[in-house]
Design a protein around this ligand. Structure first.
Ligand code: FAD
Ligand code: SIN
Length: 516
Protein backbone atom coordinates (compact mmCIF):
# COMPACT_ATOMS: atom_id res chain seq x y z
CA UNK A 1 0.00 0.00 0.00
CA UNK A 2 1.64 3.28 -1.05
CA UNK A 3 2.06 6.13 1.43
CA UNK A 4 -0.35 9.04 1.15
CA UNK A 5 0.37 12.30 3.00
CA UNK A 6 -2.02 15.20 3.55
CA UNK A 7 -0.69 18.75 4.04
CA UNK A 8 -2.23 22.18 3.62
CA UNK A 9 0.67 23.30 1.47
CA UNK A 10 3.30 21.39 -0.50
CA UNK A 11 6.42 23.32 -1.51
CA UNK A 12 8.63 21.58 -4.04
CA UNK A 13 12.15 22.98 -3.72
CA UNK A 14 14.32 24.25 -0.86
CA UNK A 15 16.21 27.04 -2.64
CA UNK A 16 15.75 30.61 -1.48
CA UNK A 17 12.28 30.72 -3.10
CA UNK A 18 11.03 27.56 -1.39
CA UNK A 19 12.54 28.29 2.03
CA UNK A 20 11.32 31.87 2.15
CA UNK A 21 7.81 30.78 1.03
CA UNK A 22 7.73 28.23 3.86
CA UNK A 23 8.86 30.77 6.46
CA UNK A 24 6.27 33.31 5.40
CA UNK A 25 3.33 30.89 5.55
CA UNK A 26 1.12 31.14 8.59
CA UNK A 27 2.24 28.77 11.37
CA UNK A 28 -1.24 27.21 11.57
CA UNK A 29 -0.81 25.69 8.09
CA UNK A 30 0.80 22.27 7.79
CA UNK A 31 3.58 22.50 5.21
CA UNK A 32 5.60 19.80 3.41
CA UNK A 33 8.89 21.09 2.02
CA UNK A 34 10.68 18.71 -0.30
CA UNK A 35 14.04 18.64 -2.07
CA UNK A 36 15.29 16.09 -4.56
CA UNK A 37 18.83 16.30 -3.21
CA UNK A 38 20.53 17.69 -0.12
CA UNK A 39 18.33 20.39 1.45
CA UNK A 40 20.97 23.07 0.76
CA UNK A 41 21.72 22.02 -2.81
CA UNK A 42 20.43 24.24 -5.61
CA UNK A 43 21.51 27.40 -7.43
CA UNK A 44 20.70 29.59 -4.43
CA UNK A 45 23.54 28.14 -2.38
CA UNK A 46 26.13 29.09 -5.03
CA UNK A 47 25.00 32.70 -5.58
CA UNK A 48 28.05 34.92 -5.34
CA UNK A 49 27.49 38.52 -6.49
CA UNK A 50 24.54 39.39 -4.27
CA UNK A 51 21.02 40.74 -4.23
CA UNK A 52 20.00 44.08 -5.67
CA UNK A 53 18.04 46.71 -3.77
CA UNK A 54 17.96 50.47 -3.47
CA UNK A 55 19.86 50.95 -0.21
CA UNK A 56 21.91 54.04 -0.92
CA UNK A 57 20.70 57.64 -0.56
CA UNK A 58 21.99 58.51 -4.06
CA UNK A 59 20.05 55.68 -5.69
CA UNK A 60 16.28 55.51 -6.26
CA UNK A 61 13.52 53.06 -7.26
CA UNK A 62 13.03 54.72 -10.63
CA UNK A 63 16.66 54.05 -11.60
CA UNK A 64 16.47 50.39 -10.51
CA UNK A 65 13.24 49.97 -12.52
CA UNK A 66 14.69 51.74 -15.58
CA UNK A 67 17.89 49.65 -15.54
CA UNK A 68 15.89 46.41 -15.22
CA UNK A 69 13.53 47.37 -18.06
CA UNK A 70 16.35 48.44 -20.31
CA UNK A 71 18.34 45.21 -19.70
CA UNK A 72 15.12 43.24 -20.42
CA UNK A 73 15.00 44.68 -23.98
CA UNK A 74 11.34 45.68 -24.03
CA UNK A 75 9.84 42.47 -22.71
CA UNK A 76 9.57 43.04 -18.95
CA UNK A 77 6.38 44.40 -17.44
CA UNK A 78 6.85 47.74 -15.72
CA UNK A 79 4.21 47.02 -13.08
CA UNK A 80 5.86 43.73 -12.09
CA UNK A 81 9.34 45.30 -12.08
CA UNK A 82 8.16 48.21 -9.89
CA UNK A 83 6.53 45.74 -7.51
CA UNK A 84 9.83 43.83 -7.17
CA UNK A 85 12.01 46.93 -6.86
CA UNK A 86 9.78 48.66 -4.31
CA UNK A 87 9.71 45.51 -2.17
CA UNK A 88 13.48 45.01 -2.38
CA UNK A 89 14.47 46.87 0.83
CA UNK A 90 11.87 44.81 2.75
CA UNK A 91 13.31 41.64 1.19
CA UNK A 92 16.75 42.59 2.50
CA UNK A 93 15.21 43.27 5.93
CA UNK A 94 13.54 39.81 5.94
CA UNK A 95 16.89 38.18 5.15
CA UNK A 96 18.56 40.13 7.94
CA UNK A 97 15.82 39.06 10.36
CA UNK A 98 16.60 35.47 9.48
CA UNK A 99 20.26 36.04 10.38
CA UNK A 100 22.00 37.05 7.13
CA UNK A 101 24.77 39.58 7.83
CA UNK A 102 25.44 41.56 4.67
CA UNK A 103 28.97 42.92 4.23
CA UNK A 104 29.20 46.45 5.63
CA UNK A 105 31.61 49.40 5.48
CA UNK A 106 31.30 50.82 8.98
CA UNK A 107 27.49 50.81 9.37
CA UNK A 108 26.62 51.13 5.68
CA UNK A 109 26.07 48.27 3.28
CA UNK A 110 29.08 47.61 1.09
CA UNK A 111 27.26 47.81 -2.24
CA UNK A 112 28.83 46.48 -5.40
CA UNK A 113 27.72 46.76 -9.00
CA UNK A 114 27.27 44.47 -12.01
CA UNK A 115 26.23 44.65 -15.68
CA UNK A 116 23.25 46.92 -16.43
CA UNK A 117 23.13 48.69 -13.04
CA UNK A 118 23.74 52.45 -13.15
CA UNK A 119 24.23 52.66 -9.36
CA UNK A 120 25.97 50.54 -6.76
CA UNK A 121 23.03 48.56 -5.37
CA UNK A 122 24.13 44.96 -4.92
CA UNK A 123 24.16 43.89 -1.25
CA UNK A 124 26.31 40.84 -0.63
CA UNK A 125 27.99 38.62 1.93
CA UNK A 126 31.55 38.75 0.49
CA UNK A 127 31.26 36.36 -2.49
CA UNK A 128 29.14 33.74 -0.69
CA UNK A 129 25.80 35.52 -0.51
CA UNK A 130 23.76 32.46 -1.47
CA UNK A 131 25.46 30.22 1.08
CA UNK A 132 24.68 32.64 3.89
CA UNK A 133 21.06 33.05 2.78
CA UNK A 134 20.50 29.31 2.50
CA UNK A 135 22.07 28.35 5.81
CA UNK A 136 20.14 31.01 7.71
CA UNK A 137 16.78 30.37 6.02
CA UNK A 138 17.10 26.62 6.57
CA UNK A 139 18.00 27.11 10.24
CA UNK A 140 14.83 29.14 10.68
CA UNK A 141 12.71 26.57 8.82
CA UNK A 142 14.01 23.80 11.11
CA UNK A 143 12.66 25.67 14.11
CA UNK A 144 9.09 25.62 12.77
CA UNK A 145 6.84 22.82 14.06
CA UNK A 146 4.36 23.24 11.19
CA UNK A 147 6.97 22.49 8.50
CA UNK A 148 8.03 18.91 7.69
CA UNK A 149 11.19 18.51 5.60
CA UNK A 150 11.61 15.72 3.06
CA UNK A 151 15.14 15.35 1.70
CA UNK A 152 15.92 13.17 -1.33
CA UNK A 153 12.34 13.23 -2.55
CA UNK A 154 11.91 13.98 -6.25
CA UNK A 155 8.54 15.15 -7.60
CA UNK A 156 7.43 13.30 -10.72
CA UNK A 157 4.16 14.89 -11.74
CA UNK A 158 1.41 17.09 -10.35
CA UNK A 159 -1.92 15.64 -9.22
CA UNK A 160 -4.57 17.42 -11.26
CA UNK A 161 -8.35 17.18 -11.38
CA UNK A 162 -10.58 19.42 -13.50
CA UNK A 163 -8.03 22.20 -13.85
CA UNK A 164 -7.13 22.09 -10.14
CA UNK A 165 -3.83 20.99 -8.70
CA UNK A 166 -4.05 18.95 -5.49
CA UNK A 167 -0.48 17.85 -4.85
CA UNK A 168 2.08 15.63 -6.53
CA UNK A 169 3.44 12.14 -7.04
CA UNK A 170 6.85 12.08 -5.42
CA UNK A 171 9.57 9.42 -5.54
CA UNK A 172 11.27 8.69 -2.23
CA UNK A 173 14.82 8.17 -3.51
CA UNK A 174 15.80 6.11 -0.47
CA UNK A 175 12.96 3.55 -0.57
CA UNK A 176 12.33 3.83 -4.36
CA UNK A 177 8.60 4.05 -3.59
CA UNK A 178 6.32 6.66 -5.12
CA UNK A 179 4.36 8.50 -2.42
CA UNK A 180 1.29 10.70 -2.90
CA UNK A 181 1.36 14.20 -1.36
CA UNK A 182 -2.24 15.44 -1.34
CA UNK A 183 -2.55 19.14 -0.56
CA UNK A 184 -4.74 22.22 -0.83
CA UNK A 185 -2.01 24.41 -2.31
CA UNK A 186 1.16 23.50 -4.17
CA UNK A 187 4.12 25.83 -4.73
CA UNK A 188 6.66 24.93 -7.39
CA UNK A 189 10.06 26.36 -6.38
CA UNK A 190 12.20 23.96 -8.38
CA UNK A 191 14.65 26.46 -9.90
CA UNK A 192 15.75 26.74 -13.51
CA UNK A 193 16.68 24.52 -16.43
CA UNK A 194 20.26 25.44 -17.32
CA UNK A 195 21.37 21.82 -16.97
CA UNK A 196 19.73 21.32 -20.35
CA UNK A 197 23.01 22.73 -21.74
CA UNK A 198 26.28 20.82 -21.71
CA UNK A 199 28.21 23.63 -20.01
CA UNK A 200 26.52 25.44 -17.15
CA UNK A 201 27.25 27.38 -13.99
CA UNK A 202 24.36 25.55 -12.29
CA UNK A 203 24.37 22.58 -9.93
CA UNK A 204 22.88 19.25 -11.00
CA UNK A 205 19.43 20.13 -9.61
CA UNK A 206 18.60 22.60 -12.44
CA UNK A 207 16.89 20.15 -14.80
CA UNK A 208 13.71 22.13 -15.47
CA UNK A 209 11.51 19.71 -13.50
CA UNK A 210 8.95 22.29 -12.39
CA UNK A 211 8.60 23.76 -15.87
CA UNK A 212 8.13 20.31 -17.42
CA UNK A 213 5.64 19.18 -14.74
CA UNK A 214 3.63 22.39 -15.08
CA UNK A 215 3.63 22.15 -18.85
CA UNK A 216 2.34 18.56 -18.73
CA UNK A 217 -0.38 19.74 -16.31
CA UNK A 218 -1.54 22.49 -18.69
CA UNK A 219 0.21 25.64 -17.45
CA UNK A 220 1.29 28.48 -19.76
CA UNK A 221 5.06 28.54 -20.19
CA UNK A 222 6.43 31.89 -21.35
CA UNK A 223 9.63 33.19 -23.04
CA UNK A 224 11.73 30.05 -22.71
CA UNK A 225 13.98 31.05 -25.64
CA UNK A 226 15.71 33.48 -23.29
CA UNK A 227 18.35 31.17 -21.81
CA UNK A 228 20.95 33.36 -20.14
CA UNK A 229 24.63 32.55 -20.63
CA UNK A 230 26.90 33.96 -17.93
CA UNK A 231 29.97 35.45 -19.62
CA UNK A 232 32.52 34.22 -17.10
CA UNK A 233 32.73 30.65 -15.85
CA UNK A 234 36.10 29.20 -14.94
CA UNK A 235 37.75 27.40 -17.86
CA UNK A 236 39.74 24.50 -16.46
CA UNK A 237 39.56 20.78 -17.29
CA UNK A 238 38.78 19.84 -13.67
CA UNK A 239 36.42 22.71 -12.79
CA UNK A 240 32.78 21.72 -12.96
CA UNK A 241 30.34 24.62 -13.06
CA UNK A 242 32.39 27.25 -11.24
CA UNK A 243 31.25 30.83 -11.68
CA UNK A 244 33.53 33.86 -11.67
CA UNK A 245 31.20 36.54 -10.34
CA UNK A 246 30.22 39.52 -12.44
CA UNK A 247 31.03 41.57 -9.35
CA UNK A 248 34.68 41.14 -10.39
CA UNK A 249 33.90 43.19 -13.49
CA UNK A 250 31.86 45.50 -11.27
CA UNK A 251 35.05 46.20 -9.33
CA UNK A 252 37.05 46.97 -12.49
CA UNK A 253 37.97 43.49 -13.82
CA UNK A 254 39.03 43.58 -17.51
CA UNK A 255 38.39 40.99 -20.19
CA UNK A 256 41.14 40.21 -22.69
CA UNK A 257 42.29 37.58 -25.16
CA UNK A 258 45.28 35.24 -25.05
CA UNK A 259 47.36 37.92 -26.80
CA UNK A 260 46.51 40.44 -24.06
CA UNK A 261 44.14 42.51 -26.26
CA UNK A 262 41.02 43.89 -24.62
CA UNK A 263 37.88 43.85 -26.77
CA UNK A 264 34.71 44.89 -24.94
CA UNK A 265 35.07 48.53 -26.08
CA UNK A 266 34.40 47.29 -29.66
CA UNK A 267 30.98 45.92 -28.67
CA UNK A 268 29.42 48.32 -26.19
CA UNK A 269 30.27 51.68 -24.70
CA UNK A 270 29.61 50.22 -21.24
CA UNK A 271 32.49 47.82 -21.87
CA UNK A 272 32.82 45.03 -19.29
CA UNK A 273 29.66 46.27 -17.55
CA UNK A 274 27.34 45.91 -20.52
CA UNK A 275 24.45 43.49 -19.83
CA UNK A 276 25.22 39.77 -19.93
CA UNK A 277 23.76 39.04 -23.36
CA UNK A 278 26.15 41.58 -24.94
CA UNK A 279 29.25 40.42 -23.02
CA UNK A 280 28.59 36.68 -23.56
CA UNK A 281 28.07 37.21 -27.32
CA UNK A 282 31.22 39.34 -27.55
CA UNK A 283 33.33 36.64 -25.86
CA UNK A 284 31.74 33.93 -28.04
CA UNK A 285 32.46 35.93 -31.16
CA UNK A 286 36.10 36.66 -30.20
CA UNK A 287 36.71 33.01 -29.31
CA UNK A 288 35.19 31.76 -32.57
CA UNK A 289 36.90 34.29 -34.86
CA UNK A 290 40.30 33.89 -33.16
CA UNK A 291 40.05 30.12 -32.69
CA UNK A 292 40.61 30.50 -28.92
CA UNK A 293 39.48 27.99 -26.28
CA UNK A 294 38.78 30.72 -23.74
CA UNK A 295 39.15 34.42 -22.91
CA UNK A 296 40.67 35.93 -19.74
CA UNK A 297 39.50 38.13 -16.88
CA UNK A 298 42.06 40.19 -15.00
CA UNK A 299 41.58 41.53 -11.47
CA UNK A 300 45.20 40.97 -10.34
CA UNK A 301 45.89 44.73 -10.26
CA UNK A 302 43.75 45.02 -7.09
CA UNK A 303 46.35 43.10 -5.10
CA UNK A 304 46.18 39.99 -2.97
CA UNK A 305 44.77 41.50 0.26
CA UNK A 306 41.90 43.27 -1.47
CA UNK A 307 41.06 40.19 -3.58
CA UNK A 308 41.10 37.85 -0.61
CA UNK A 309 38.85 40.18 1.35
CA UNK A 310 36.28 40.74 -1.42
CA UNK A 311 36.35 37.44 -3.29
CA UNK A 312 37.62 34.78 -0.85
CA UNK A 313 35.73 31.89 -2.45
CA UNK A 314 36.84 32.69 -5.98
CA UNK A 315 40.42 33.27 -4.86
CA UNK A 316 40.54 29.94 -3.00
CA UNK A 317 38.83 27.94 -5.75
CA UNK A 318 41.13 29.27 -8.48
CA UNK A 319 44.14 28.69 -6.23
CA UNK A 320 43.06 25.06 -5.82
CA UNK A 321 43.44 24.75 -9.60
CA UNK A 322 46.87 26.39 -9.51
CA UNK A 323 45.65 29.83 -10.64
CA UNK A 324 46.71 32.70 -8.36
CA UNK A 325 44.31 35.45 -9.43
CA UNK A 326 46.33 38.08 -7.59
CA UNK A 327 49.16 37.38 -10.04
CA UNK A 328 47.53 36.20 -13.23
CA UNK A 329 44.31 36.49 -15.27
CA UNK A 330 41.51 33.94 -14.93
CA UNK A 331 40.71 31.75 -17.98
CA UNK A 332 36.95 32.02 -18.58
CA UNK A 333 34.21 30.88 -20.97
CA UNK A 334 30.48 31.65 -21.11
CA UNK A 335 28.12 28.94 -19.81
CA UNK A 336 24.36 28.50 -19.39
CA UNK A 337 23.37 30.28 -16.19
CA UNK A 338 19.75 31.30 -15.86
CA UNK A 339 16.29 30.54 -17.24
CA UNK A 340 14.55 33.88 -17.87
CA UNK A 341 11.30 32.26 -19.02
CA UNK A 342 9.17 29.88 -17.00
CA UNK A 343 5.69 29.18 -15.67
CA UNK A 344 3.54 32.24 -16.14
CA UNK A 345 2.39 33.78 -12.84
CA UNK A 346 0.84 36.95 -11.50
CA UNK A 347 2.34 39.07 -8.72
CA UNK A 348 1.36 36.52 -6.06
CA UNK A 349 2.88 33.56 -7.89
CA UNK A 350 -0.48 32.17 -9.07
CA UNK A 351 -0.38 30.08 -12.24
CA UNK A 352 -3.31 29.41 -14.57
CA UNK A 353 -3.94 26.09 -12.77
CA UNK A 354 -6.12 26.54 -9.69
CA UNK A 355 -4.21 26.06 -6.40
CA UNK A 356 -0.83 25.90 -8.13
CA UNK A 357 1.79 28.62 -7.50
CA UNK A 358 5.30 29.03 -8.92
CA UNK A 359 8.04 31.09 -7.27
CA UNK A 360 11.71 31.77 -8.06
CA UNK A 361 13.63 30.85 -11.18
CA UNK A 362 10.93 28.36 -12.25
CA UNK A 363 8.44 31.21 -12.66
CA UNK A 364 7.90 33.83 -15.32
CA UNK A 365 6.80 36.86 -13.29
CA UNK A 366 7.50 39.31 -16.16
CA UNK A 367 10.42 40.98 -14.37
CA UNK A 368 13.28 39.73 -16.57
CA UNK A 369 11.93 39.93 -20.12
CA UNK A 370 14.53 39.04 -22.75
CA UNK A 371 17.49 39.32 -20.35
CA UNK A 372 17.74 39.27 -16.56
CA UNK A 373 19.81 41.96 -14.91
CA UNK A 374 22.45 40.68 -12.49
CA UNK A 375 21.40 40.12 -8.87
CA UNK A 376 17.70 40.54 -9.64
CA UNK A 377 17.09 36.81 -9.31
CA UNK A 378 17.60 36.32 -5.58
CA UNK A 379 15.52 39.45 -5.21
CA UNK A 380 12.70 37.98 -7.29
CA UNK A 381 12.84 34.77 -5.20
CA UNK A 382 12.43 36.61 -1.90
CA UNK A 383 9.88 39.21 -2.99
CA UNK A 384 7.57 36.76 -4.76
CA UNK A 385 7.92 34.08 -2.06
CA UNK A 386 6.57 36.64 0.39
CA UNK A 387 3.66 37.73 -1.83
CA UNK A 388 2.76 34.11 -2.63
CA UNK A 389 2.70 33.08 1.04
CA UNK A 390 0.71 36.20 1.90
CA UNK A 391 -1.89 35.27 -0.73
CA UNK A 392 -2.22 31.73 0.68
CA UNK A 393 -2.39 33.00 4.30
CA UNK A 394 -5.41 35.08 3.42
CA UNK A 395 -7.46 32.13 2.15
CA UNK A 396 -9.66 29.77 4.13
CA UNK A 397 -8.61 26.24 3.23
CA UNK A 398 -10.99 23.28 2.95
CA UNK A 399 -11.04 20.58 5.61
CA UNK A 400 -11.59 17.89 3.00
CA UNK A 401 -8.76 16.61 0.79
CA UNK A 402 -9.09 15.17 -2.72
CA UNK A 403 -8.75 11.42 -3.15
CA UNK A 404 -5.76 10.45 -5.30
CA UNK A 405 -5.04 7.27 -7.25
CA UNK A 406 -1.96 5.39 -6.03
CA UNK A 407 1.00 5.29 -8.43
CA UNK A 408 0.65 2.28 -10.72
CA UNK A 409 3.97 0.43 -11.10
CA UNK A 410 2.42 -2.92 -12.04
CA UNK A 411 3.29 -2.71 -15.75
CA UNK A 412 6.96 -1.84 -15.54
CA UNK A 413 10.08 -3.95 -15.11
CA UNK A 414 13.59 -3.33 -13.76
CA UNK A 415 15.80 -1.93 -16.52
CA UNK A 416 18.94 -3.57 -17.84
CA UNK A 417 19.37 -0.70 -20.31
CA UNK A 418 20.44 2.18 -18.05
CA UNK A 419 23.08 3.17 -20.59
CA UNK A 420 20.20 4.45 -22.76
CA UNK A 421 19.34 7.03 -20.12
CA UNK A 422 22.91 8.27 -19.65
CA UNK A 423 23.49 8.39 -23.40
CA UNK A 424 20.32 10.41 -24.02
CA UNK A 425 21.22 12.81 -21.18
CA UNK A 426 24.52 13.60 -22.92
CA UNK A 427 22.93 13.80 -26.33
CA UNK A 428 20.22 16.27 -25.29
CA UNK A 429 22.74 18.54 -23.58
CA UNK A 430 25.15 18.46 -26.55
CA UNK A 431 22.39 19.22 -29.03
CA UNK A 432 21.27 22.19 -26.95
CA UNK A 433 24.82 23.50 -26.56
CA UNK A 434 25.72 23.13 -30.24
CA UNK A 435 22.45 24.12 -31.90
CA UNK A 436 20.43 26.21 -29.42
CA UNK A 437 23.25 28.20 -27.79
CA UNK A 438 24.42 31.80 -27.71
CA UNK A 439 24.10 32.30 -31.48
CA UNK A 440 21.30 30.42 -33.28
CA UNK A 441 20.13 29.85 -36.85
CA UNK A 442 16.89 28.46 -38.29
CA UNK A 443 18.72 25.43 -39.69
CA UNK A 444 20.35 24.53 -36.38
CA UNK A 445 17.11 25.06 -34.46
CA UNK A 446 15.21 22.82 -36.88
CA UNK A 447 17.86 20.12 -36.61
CA UNK A 448 17.55 20.26 -32.82
CA UNK A 449 13.76 20.13 -33.06
CA UNK A 450 13.75 16.98 -35.21
CA UNK A 451 16.33 15.12 -33.13
CA UNK A 452 14.50 16.04 -29.90
CA UNK A 453 11.27 14.59 -31.36
CA UNK A 454 13.04 11.26 -31.86
CA UNK A 455 14.55 11.40 -28.39
CA UNK A 456 11.14 12.16 -26.89
CA UNK A 457 9.74 8.97 -28.46
CA UNK A 458 12.68 6.96 -27.14
CA UNK A 459 12.30 8.39 -23.62
CA UNK A 460 8.51 7.87 -23.59
CA UNK A 461 9.00 4.24 -24.56
CA UNK A 462 11.63 3.74 -21.86
CA UNK A 463 9.38 5.46 -19.31
CA UNK A 464 6.45 3.16 -20.11
CA UNK A 465 8.56 -0.02 -19.84
CA UNK A 466 10.92 0.43 -16.91
CA UNK A 467 10.84 1.22 -13.20
CA UNK A 468 11.11 4.92 -12.54
CA UNK A 469 14.39 6.41 -11.29
CA UNK A 470 15.65 9.87 -10.51
CA UNK A 471 17.80 10.01 -13.68
CA UNK A 472 14.86 8.98 -15.82
CA UNK A 473 12.53 11.55 -14.24
CA UNK A 474 15.10 14.26 -14.91
CA UNK A 475 15.80 13.09 -18.45
CA UNK A 476 12.08 13.21 -19.27
CA UNK A 477 11.99 16.77 -17.90
CA UNK A 478 15.17 17.84 -19.72
CA UNK A 479 13.66 16.64 -23.01
CA UNK A 480 10.38 18.44 -22.36
CA UNK A 481 12.14 21.67 -21.38
CA UNK A 482 14.54 21.49 -24.32
CA UNK A 483 11.59 21.10 -26.67
CA UNK A 484 9.86 24.14 -25.17
CA UNK A 485 13.06 26.20 -25.54
CA UNK A 486 13.45 25.15 -29.19
CA UNK A 487 9.79 25.74 -30.03
CA UNK A 488 9.94 29.18 -28.41
CA UNK A 489 13.19 30.03 -30.22
CA UNK A 490 11.76 28.97 -33.59
CA UNK A 491 8.67 31.05 -33.08
CA UNK A 492 10.64 34.23 -32.35
CA UNK A 493 11.45 35.53 -35.82
CA UNK A 494 13.73 38.32 -34.58
CA UNK A 495 16.79 38.82 -32.37
CA UNK A 496 16.18 40.32 -28.95
CA UNK A 497 18.15 40.19 -25.72
CA UNK A 498 19.46 36.69 -25.11
CA UNK A 499 17.90 35.25 -28.26
CA UNK A 500 20.15 35.93 -31.25
CA UNK A 501 19.28 34.24 -34.55
CA UNK A 502 21.65 35.06 -37.42
CA UNK A 503 18.81 34.47 -39.93
CA UNK A 504 16.75 37.18 -38.20
CA UNK A 505 19.35 39.60 -36.81
CA UNK A 506 16.98 42.57 -36.45
CA UNK A 507 14.67 43.36 -33.58
CA UNK A 508 11.02 43.48 -34.61
CA UNK A 509 9.10 46.66 -33.92
CA UNK A 510 6.66 45.04 -31.54
CA UNK A 511 7.79 43.24 -28.39
CA UNK A 512 5.73 40.12 -27.72
CA UNK A 513 5.96 37.27 -25.24
CA UNK A 514 6.24 33.69 -26.51
CA UNK A 515 3.55 31.56 -24.87
CA UNK A 516 3.61 27.76 -25.08
P1 FAD B 1 17.19 26.79 -6.56
O1 FAD B 1 17.98 27.52 -5.57
O2 FAD B 1 17.90 26.26 -7.76
O3 FAD B 1 16.49 25.58 -5.79
C1 FAD B 1 15.75 24.61 -6.49
C2 FAD B 1 15.24 23.58 -5.48
O4 FAD B 1 14.30 22.75 -6.13
C3 FAD B 1 16.31 22.65 -4.93
O5 FAD B 1 16.03 22.44 -3.56
C4 FAD B 1 16.08 21.34 -5.68
O6 FAD B 1 16.46 20.18 -4.98
C5 FAD B 1 14.57 21.38 -5.83
N1 FAD B 1 14.02 20.58 -6.92
C6 FAD B 1 14.18 20.74 -8.25
N2 FAD B 1 13.45 19.81 -8.91
C7 FAD B 1 12.82 19.05 -7.99
C8 FAD B 1 11.95 17.95 -8.03
N3 FAD B 1 11.57 17.38 -9.19
N4 FAD B 1 11.51 17.41 -6.87
C9 FAD B 1 11.90 17.93 -5.68
N5 FAD B 1 12.73 18.98 -5.56
C10 FAD B 1 13.18 19.54 -6.71
N6 FAD B 1 21.27 35.43 -8.64
C11 FAD B 1 21.36 36.61 -8.01
O7 FAD B 1 20.38 37.34 -7.90
N7 FAD B 1 22.55 36.99 -7.48
C12 FAD B 1 23.68 36.23 -7.54
O8 FAD B 1 24.72 36.60 -7.03
C13 FAD B 1 23.59 34.99 -8.23
N8 FAD B 1 24.70 34.21 -8.38
C14 FAD B 1 24.55 32.97 -8.94
C15 FAD B 1 25.66 32.14 -8.99
C16 FAD B 1 25.52 30.84 -9.49
C17 FAD B 1 26.72 29.93 -9.55
C18 FAD B 1 24.26 30.40 -9.95
C19 FAD B 1 24.09 29.01 -10.49
C20 FAD B 1 23.17 31.25 -9.94
C21 FAD B 1 23.31 32.54 -9.43
N9 FAD B 1 22.22 33.41 -9.38
C22 FAD B 1 22.34 34.62 -8.75
C23 FAD B 1 20.89 32.97 -9.78
C24 FAD B 1 20.12 32.58 -8.51
O9 FAD B 1 21.00 32.01 -7.58
C25 FAD B 1 19.02 31.59 -8.82
O10 FAD B 1 18.24 32.04 -9.88
C26 FAD B 1 18.13 31.42 -7.60
O11 FAD B 1 18.90 31.13 -6.47
C27 FAD B 1 17.10 30.34 -7.83
O12 FAD B 1 16.50 30.03 -6.61
P2 FAD B 1 15.31 29.00 -6.59
O13 FAD B 1 14.90 28.88 -5.17
O14 FAD B 1 14.30 29.38 -7.58
O15 FAD B 1 15.96 27.63 -7.10
C1 SIN C 1 27.36 36.71 -10.40
O1 SIN C 1 27.80 36.82 -9.26
O2 SIN C 1 27.98 37.02 -11.42
C2 SIN C 1 26.00 36.14 -10.59
C3 SIN C 1 25.01 37.19 -10.39
C4 SIN C 1 23.68 36.81 -10.96
O3 SIN C 1 23.51 35.77 -11.59
O4 SIN C 1 22.76 37.61 -10.78
Amino acid sequence: MSIQYQFDVLIIGTGSAGLMSALQLSTNLSVALIAKDDLLEGSSFYAQGGISAVLDAHDNFKAHVTDTLSTACGLADEKAVSFMVENAPAAIASLEESGVHFTKDNNDYHLTTEGGHTHRRVAHVADKTGQSIQINLLDNVKQRDNITLFEDYIAIDLLVNNGQCFGAYILNKKTHEVENFVTHKTILATGGASKVYRYTSNPDTSTGDGIAMASRAGCCIVNMEFAQFHPTCLYHPHAKSFLISEAIRGEGGKLHLQNGKTFMHKYDERGELAPRDVVARAIDSEMKSGGFDCAYLDISFKGKDWIQQHFPTIYAKCKSFGIDISKTSIPIVPAAHYTCGGIDTNLTGKTNLTNLYAVGEVAHTSVHGANRMASNSLLECIVFAKSCAHDINQQTLDDVFFQSEPWDASRVAASKEKVVVSHLWDEVRSIMWNFVGIVRSDRRLNYAKHRLEQIETEVDEYYSLYVISSDLIELRNLVKTAQIIIKSALSRQESRGLHFNEDHPQQSETAKNTII
